[in-house]
Design a protein around this ligand. Sequence first.
Ligand SMILES: [Ca+2]
Length: 294
Amino acid sequence: MQNNKDFGWFFTGFTEAEGCFNINIYKTKAGKYTAKLRFSIAIMQNDLDLLNKFKNYLNCGIISKPRSNDMVHLTISKISDINNILIPHFKNYPLRGNKLQDFYSWCVAAEIITSKSHLTSEGIVKLQDLFKNMNRSRVSLEDYLPSHCNKNSENYIPINGNYISGFIAGDGSISIYPSTLTLDNSKFCKIFISLTQHKNNLLLMNEIKEFFNINNKLNIYPNNTIRLLIENKEFFRSTLIPFFKKYPLYGIKLKNLNKIIKILSVIDKYNINKNNVYTQEIRQEIINIWFAES
Ligand SMILES: [Ca+2]
């Protein structure tokens, strides 16, 4: 079992990928405006164990499941939990991508709510201004200064492996192209890891690239995203699998990784190299591993 410090970094990395800092401004029955903060993580229902792990780690929050979809949510909205648990957590294990900006805005909002200023119209206006510039509605993307990622900044923080692990658990994909798992495909069993981000996280993506010594160039696509894609069994063997031994992965992506580890050992067992072909039996063995339950 990993110690709490490692899991703390994992949680921050996962939050960088999938967490959401929000400010809810609403009218009470009496017609007065008020506000609440909410931190949430929504993931697929089959990853519920991971959400419970986060809840246990934080020792606060509520897990819920909306009827409308296959997601489960961890929500923290009690201001005392936010002030005493969540904000200290992210100060000890800082975010480093563009979600850091949302966290900063959120901390200002927490002060407003803690001091009860949100019960005044000035306080509500301040919260509205903060809210208007958070998450997807952020207008000043150009102001984003990811100083924790910048080696020349005094705020630079070296990237932590457990953070990367959490980030991949959230936004990464570790898998096999299903189309390559047929019995009659010449490109049998193509495994890959990919990570896609908004271009604002270019510095962060470059750090991850450097961490793994990857030479691929990061292209910015017309939809403003950048993508890191590695389809190379040798990279899994020499870099990724040892990395995840040191910095464990949790959740559904760990299940995929474990299947890939098994599949690679089958490939090694039969000594299959690039030029060899898979026999029907070996293909079936690999297909069975990949499609096995859990
Ligand atoms: Ca994301």
